[in-house]
Design a protein around this ligand. Structure first.
Ligand code: AMP
Ligand code: GLY
Length: 412
């Protein structure tokens, strides 16, 4: 069976490795892929439009495409593949707006009574400025589009507010969609990510995870795409699961059905536990990066069989290992702002599994950094304490100038 995976991060390497477990007859293709995916399949090296990718799939008899990265979703890749009768896992454009258009996502949450922080939306810089003049509490100012986790600014005072709206709305720092913003109540709580799978008839949540979004130790500094993750999330006790099922999952399912936002794919709930209640911050319509990298090693099922039987026969029985997993992201120094690439990485070939490559490439037997997030190292143990120790021990052997990682992943 030939499978195409769209994306070039650690998540896509993890999806590829998991698909290969127990399935010897799979041939993997990646676009654009990375130095790691090249070791387990073929990267499509030339620059492709989504139409090129559909034609490639037709010509090469690709039986299934899995969309890893959101970038392809907002380009309407699913609609196009379906037009050519190609099997693809992911939301059509209409449904992907839950992620790609944050204002659409928030109004969906309001309409269906899904618990979410209070918010206002603005498309005028002057109106936003006027609204913020009366405020003096921490607020979250969000760019209304995709920005790899970086378009969310936590602003504490008048100076921060001014800088944030200027960056987004005047200087278009995160992209052209900067004309629209969300200003949201700031919740200082514990983050939870719940990834789930949706087949138009049911949503089945996976284990909970915790993503470490900020660049610095103790959650300091700028938001990033994610600097580490653990699975399961220790804050997600049974009371929180009950709260999630009642106030987030069930009304989401009802809303998706009512609004015909249905698809075969993944739904990611970005959550915050605050004052013992769970709030939904955002939906993503794909798997999370780096949550996937700590989650998939704990799945006992044959991943491909699980996907096929759920999507095409509505049968599912997911079994999880009773272990904890800790994923540490090694990034280029300077990320999420400016950074240099092309640094040599030593001992990567000796790294013990599981690990996943993101922004790294191999040339003449030598590994080099090639992106912001470079490598994901995973530790697994019955106890999260030893899972994290295991991951950090593995990192000690990696030698590279200008690589950075947080020291507190897994310390909650
Ligand atoms: P989002 O893309 O909306 O999930 O935001 C990205 C990250 O920004 C979240 O994972 C949180 O770390 C942070 N964030 C977003 N909204 C809030 C909020 N209302 N309160 C506190 N932190 C937030
Ligand atoms: N870990 C955050 C994301 O995948 O968006």
């Amino acid at each position: 069976m030939k499978i195409l995976i769209l994306g070039g991060g650690g998540r896509e390497h993890a999806i590829g490795k998991k698909l290969l477990e127990g399935n010897i007859n799979i041939i993997l293709y990646f676009y654009p892929g990375n130095g790691g995916t090249k070791l387990i399949g073929s990267n499509i090296e030339k620059k492709c439009s989504i139409l090129d990718l559909a034609m490639f799939s037709k010509k090469n008899n690709i039986e299934l495409t899995i969309v890893g990265s959101e970038i392809f979703l907002v380009q309407e890749v699913v609609d196009l593949f379906q037009f050519y009768q190609l099997n693809i896992i992911g939301p059509n454009y209409y449904s992907s707006r839950l992620e790609g258009d944050k204002i659409f996502g928030k109004s969906f949450m309001k309409k269906y009574g899904i618990r979410t922080p209070e918010y206002e939306t603005f498309d005028s810089y002057n109106e936003a400025k006027k609204f913020l003049k009366k405020k003096n509490n921490p607020l979250v100012i969000k760019f209304n589009g995709l920005a790899s986790g970086k378009g969310v600014i936590i602003a504490h005072n008048q100076n921060d507010y001014k800088k944030a709206i200027k960056n987004i709305m005047i200087e278009n720092k995160f992209g052209k969609n900067g004309k629209k913003i969300i200003i949201e109540e700031y919740l200082n709580g514990k983050e939870v990510s719940i990834l789930s799978i949706f087949n138009k008839k049911r949503i089945i949540p996976f284990l909970s995870s915790k993503d470490y979004k900020k660049i610095g130790n103790n959650d300091c500094g700028l938001n990033t795409g994610g600097m580490g993750s653990i699975t399961p999330n220790p804050y997600m006790n049974s009371a929180m699961w009950t709260d999630f099922n009642k106030n987030i999952l069930q009304p989401t399912f009802e809303g998706l059905i009512s609004e015909k936002l249905t698809f075969l794919g993944f739904l990611y709930f970005g959550l915050m536990i605050y004052n013992n209640k769970i709030y939904l911050l955002e939906y993503n319509t794909r798997l999370g990066d780096p949550e996937t990298q700590s989650l998939l090693p704990l799945m006992k099922n044959n991943f491909l069989y699980m996907l096929k039987s759920f999507f095409y026969e509505d049968k599912i029985n997911i079994l999880w290992k009773n272990y904890s997993s800790c994923c540490i992201v090694l990034s280029s120094l300077g990320y999420p702002e400016k950074y240099k690439i092309g640094n040599c990485i030593s001992n990567l070939d000796k790294l013990e599994e599981p690990f996943y490559i993101a922004g790294a490439r191999k040339e003449n037997q030598q590994w080099y950094t090639s992106g912001g997030r470079v490598l994901n190292v995973i530790g697994i143990d019955k106890n999260i304490k030893y899972a994290r120790e295991n991951a950090y021990k593995k990192i000690n052997n990696i030698k590279c100038n200008n690589l950075y990682y947080r020291k507190d992943i897994g310390l909650y």
